[in-house]
Design a protein around this ligand. Structure first.
Ligand SMILES: Cc1ncc(COP(=O)(O)O)c(C=O)c1O
Length: 455
C-alpha cells in the first residue's frame, strides 16, 4: 500500500487552516503576523486555549508547548487572572492618566526581581530592551553595546545583529548599517573575549539573554555570570539581563535571583502581565532609572531619557499582572513546571534512545527543553541540563518536519519543532501522551529519511 506522507496528512487534517491561509494571504503578506507562526505549507490557525490545551479551527486539540512564547507559566486563561481582567475591563482599559493598580504592580515586580530598585512599564520586551539601551547610553555617555552570538533580544534595530550567522550582518533587510555599527557581537562563556571588548572603556552596556541563547539552546557557564558582573564593573560598563522569557519563570525573581548575580538593568516582557497582551518593563538601579525623572527645563531637554506610550502601565495589564505575579511569588508554579520539564526531557530522550537516534534532549536548567539531533563532543560530562556546545546546529527543515509530525499527533511546539516550554498546567498524563506522540513523530521522520536510525 502506498504510504501517505506527513504533508498529505497535514493538508487533510488541517483543511480549515488551509482555507483560512488562502484567505489571509489576500490581506496579510504571509498569512500570519509573527515569523515563528508561519509553517510550510501553511500555518495552523488557533481558536481557543485553556490550561495546557489549544484548539484549532478544524476542532483539533493540542497539548501546547509554546504558551505565550514562554510567558504563560500558569498555562492559558488561569482563573484568577481571567477574573481580574474581566473585573477590570468594565472599569476601563486606558485612562489617559496614571492608574492606581500600576503602583501595586510595580511594587510586586520590585519585591520579586532583585535588581528592580525602580520599575518603568512599557508595551513589549522589545521596547524594554530599547529603553534599557537608551538608559545605559545616557548614563555612561558611551555608545557601544556588547551582545553575545545567537542571543535574541527582540525587534529593536540596535540589537538586530548577532543572533544569526553571519554575525556581522543585520538579521533583516531595512536595517541601516549605522544602526548596528556600535553593536559588538562576541562568543558567550569567554572571559578573554569579554575583557577584550570592554578594555577600551567605550562600552555602555553588556546585554545577555539570561539563560543563554534562545532560552538556553546554548547555555551560560555558571562561572561566567560572575565574570560578567566582575568585568562590567571593572570597566565602568552596565550589565543588562534580558529576562523577557526567564523573568518570573526561571525562578519568581528570574535568573538573577537564582544565580545570585545582580545586573544593573533588567528587561522584562510577557510574564510581567501574565501574558495579558502588551506589557513589558525595564527595571534596575535607582540612579540609572532616575534618568526618567522630570526636573528643570535644561535637564528635561538635554539629559533625561524621554518615555511615552499610549498603553504604558494600562489598568488591564496591571490587573492581570498583579493576579499573575501574586501566584508566581509562591514559587509553586516554577517548581511544578521545572519538574514537568525534567520528566518530559527524560521521556523524550528515552524515545530517542529506544530508536538509537543520535542526539540529546536537555532542559537548560529550567522549564524550557530543547532537542538536538547529531553528535556532541561534550557528551562525556553532560547532565543534560545547561548545554555549552555552541558548535551544534539544528537543521531548519528537520525542525519544521518535526513540528508537522508533532502537530499531526496532537502536540503543538514552536514551528521549528525543537523546543518545548512547560507550564504548571501540564500534567504527568500530558507528559506521557507527549512522549508517545514524539515517538510516533520520530518514526515519521525516520520513514521520511530525515533521521537515521541505529547510529
Ligand atoms: C529573549 C527575548 N528578548 C526580547 C524579546 C522581545 O519581546 P517581545 O516579543 O515582547 O517584543 C523576546 C521575544 O520573544 C525574547 O525571547
Amino acid at each position: 500500500m502506498l504510504e501517505v506522507s506527513a504533508r498529505q496528512r497535514y493538508e487533510e487534517k488541517f483543511a480549515q487552516s488551509k482555507a483560512l491561509f488562502e484567505r489571509a494571504r489576500n490581506v496579510m503578506p504571509r498569512g500570519v503576523s509573527h515569523d515563528q507562526w508561519y509553517a510550510d505549507p501553511f500555518p495552523i490557525y488557533m481558536q481557543r486555549a485553556e490550561g495546557a490545551r489549544l484548539w484549532d479551527v478544524d476542532g483539533n486539540e493540542y497539548i501546547d508547548y509554546y504558551g505565550g512564547h514562554g510567558g504563560k507559566l500558569l498555562g492559558h486563561a488561569p482563573p484568577a487572572v481571567v477574573a481580574a481582567v474581566n473585573h477590570q475591563i468594565q472599569k476601563g482599559t486606558q485612562y489617559g492618566a496614571a492608574c492606581d493598580l500600576a503602583v501595586e504592580w510595580a511594587e510586586l515586580v520590585q519585591r520579586l526581581v532583585p535588581s528592580a530598585e525602580r520599575v518603568e512599564f512599557m508595551n513589549s520586551g522589545s521596547e524594554a530592551i530599547m529603553y534599557g539601551i537608551r538608559l545605559a547610553r545616557a548614563f555612561t555617555r558611551r555608545e557601544k553595546i556588547v551582545r553575545f552570538q545567537y542571543h535574541f533580544a527582540g525587534a529593536y534595530d540596535g540589537v538586530s545583529v548577532g543572533n544569526k550567522k553571519p554575525f556581522d550582518v543585520p538579521v533583516s533587510a531595512g536595517i541601516l548599517p549605522c544602526a548596528v555599527k556600535d553593536t559588538l557581537v562576541i562568543p558567550i562563556n569567554s572571559e578573554e573575549d569579554l575583557e577584550a571588548a570592554l578594555r577600551k572603556r567605550d562600552v555602555a552596556v553588556v546585554m545577555v539573554e539570561a539563560a543563554g541563547a534562545s532560552s538556553g539552546v546554548v547555555g551560560i557557564r555558571p562561572s561566567f555570570y560572575s565574570a560578567l558582573r566582575k568585568l562590567t564593573t571593572q570597566y565602568g560598563t552596565l550589565l543588562l539581563f534580558d529576562e523577557v522569557v526567564t523573568g518570573f519563570r526561571y525562578s519568581p525573581g528570574g535568573v538573577q535571583a537564582a544565580v545570585g548575580v545582580i545586573p544593573d538593568l533588567t528587561a522584562l516582557g510577557k510574564g510581567v502581565s501574565g501574558v495579558m497582551p502588551g506589557a513589558g518593563a525595564i527595571a534596575g538601579r535607582q540612579d540609572i532609572m532616575d534618568l526618567f525623572l522630570l526636573k528643570d527645563e535644561e535637564w528635561n531637554r538635554y539629559r533625561r531619557v524621554a518615555h511615552s506610550g499610549t498603553f504604558n502601565a494600562n489598568p488591564l495589564c496591571a490587573a492581570a499582572g498583579i493576579a499573575y505575579l501574586n501566584i508566581i511569588a509562591t514559587g509553586t508554579p516554577t517548581r511544578s513546571a521545572n519538574q514537568k520539564a525534567r520528566m518530559l526531557r527524560d521521556a523524550l530522550q528515552r524515545q530517542m534512545d529506544e530508536r538509537h537516534i543520535q542526539g540529546c534532549v536537555y532542559d537548560s536548567g529550567f522549564s524550557v527543553i530543547h532537542i538536538y539531533f547529531g553528535p556532541c563532543d561534550l557528551k562525556q560530562n553532560c547532565d543534560r541540563g545547561v548545554c555549552l556546545n555552541a558548535a551544534k546546529t539544528r537543521d531548519l527543515s528537520t525542525g519544521q518536519a518535526l513540528f508537522m509530525n508533532l502537530a499531526l499527533n496532537g502536540v503543538k511546539t514552536p514551528t521549528r519543532g525543537y523546543d518545548a516550554l512547560l507550564s504548571a498546567a501540564h500534567t504527568e498524563e500530558d507528559i506521557q501522551k507527549t512522549a508517545a506522540a514524539y515517538g510516533r513523530s520520530l518514526d515519521g521522520l525516520i520513514r521520511e529519511k530525515r533521521l537515521l536510525k541505529g547510529i
